[in-house]
Design a protein around this ligand. Sequence first.
Ligand SMILES: Cc1cc2nc3c(=O)[nH]c(=O)nc-3n(C[C@H](O)[C@H](O)[C@H](O)COP(=O)(O)OP(=O)(O)OC[C@H]3O[C@@H](n4cnc5c(N)ncnc54)[C@H](O)[C@@H]3O)c2cc1C
Length: 372
Amino acid sequence: MRHRIAVVGAGPAGLTFARVLHRHGYPVAVLERDPAPDARPPGGTLDLHEGLGQLALDKAGLLAEFEALSRPEGQAMRILDTDGTALRDWRPRPDERANPEIDRGQLRDLLLGPLDVQWGRSVTQVVPGTRDGTLVHFADGRQETFDLVVGADGAWSRIRPAVSSVTPHYTGVTSVETSLDDVDTRHPGLARLIGDGSVAVYGVNRSLIAQRNSGGHVKVYAKFRAPLDWHANLDLADAEAVRANLLALFDGWAAPVLDLLRHGTAFVHRPLYVLPVSHTWTHVPGVTLLGDAAHLMPPLGAGANLAMLEGAELAESLATGPGDLDEAVRAFEERMWARAGRWAEITTAGLERLVSPDPAEALAHFDQVQPS
Ligand SMILES: Cc1cc2nc3c(=O)[nH]c(=O)nc-3n(C[C@H](O)[C@H](O)[C@H](O)COP(=O)(O)OP(=O)(O)OC[C@H]3O[C@@H](n4cnc5c(N)ncnc54)[C@H](O)[C@@H]3O)c2cc1C
């Protein structure tokens, strides 16, 4: 019997879930708050790991298309000292496919394919256990009922309160993001500094990372330890004021490194929030969570990968399993919690070392995760 299934959120988790169900001919309602796929800038590049995000794309039948779009050379990573001296310069072998990069917009379009997403449908609340199933409330006042509602609606999930009272907390680290366009023609010196992939510079309680996206676009992330209200006397909408503030924060670093901030365009303020490392909940029939909604963790290359694999695995077990919806969801949750818990520990420890009072910790971390 086909169940009435809805997924809230068309990010990596929700779209992979829907695409794998679609592959199996299983209907699903995809409910997304954004009014259109390109309503907001899609964000930077993602590296998809062989055993996680790439496995999910394989389950969706999209691995060959991913391989054609992705950038294996983007795995290259250079580390500089704050005076600009190169400390590490790691380049992937030509056949290295462990973590190729793909732009978020390209990944979204790849996953969207034939899916019929319901754009502009902002969910405010779900109520499981009504006589007709799980009731979904929308911001426009409408309501619909489903047998299963999957919350793939990210960090500030409106579905999570149906299973858990836990909310994200601030890590103590803030990221301010800026970007550069046409870097190869407009800033050739910075293009050489960044190389084919990323360049990272680690100082005392702060770091600067620049990452190449496709088409000569570069995202720059300035991360630093600060109280949540560090910008109390700063207008975050005033790009020049934010730039001056960041240049003061990174004062004394090599000029070419600071040029990443000097030439950046708009600045996006992103305090890093997380859920507790082993966030679980007592199973509630008719509702579950995927991705950041279930296990928001520091952005160290795992979140989208886990979100996608979870989406693919839950979809597969619903589409091909013996048919007991609730048992399938329960079994999936156990597996998700165990794997996400391990990654939350790894990424939490990673953030401590990468934005640390001792920059040598960051280098040691790099050597551990990238030993070749
Ligand atoms: C700077 C940065 C770099 C990162 N780099 C990487 C990386 O290299 N590799 C990696 O694996 N991870 C990375 N991550 C983490 C990754 O972005 C997230 O873990 C991933 O996007 C989570 O996917 P998701 O689908 O669970 O949630 P999201 O991507 O947040 O998607 C949630 C969707 O739900 C929608 N939505 C929200 N609320 C509602 C509502 N009420 N009703 C309807 N729809 C709603 C949103 O509009 C959105 O489309 C990075 C994160 C950051 C911030």
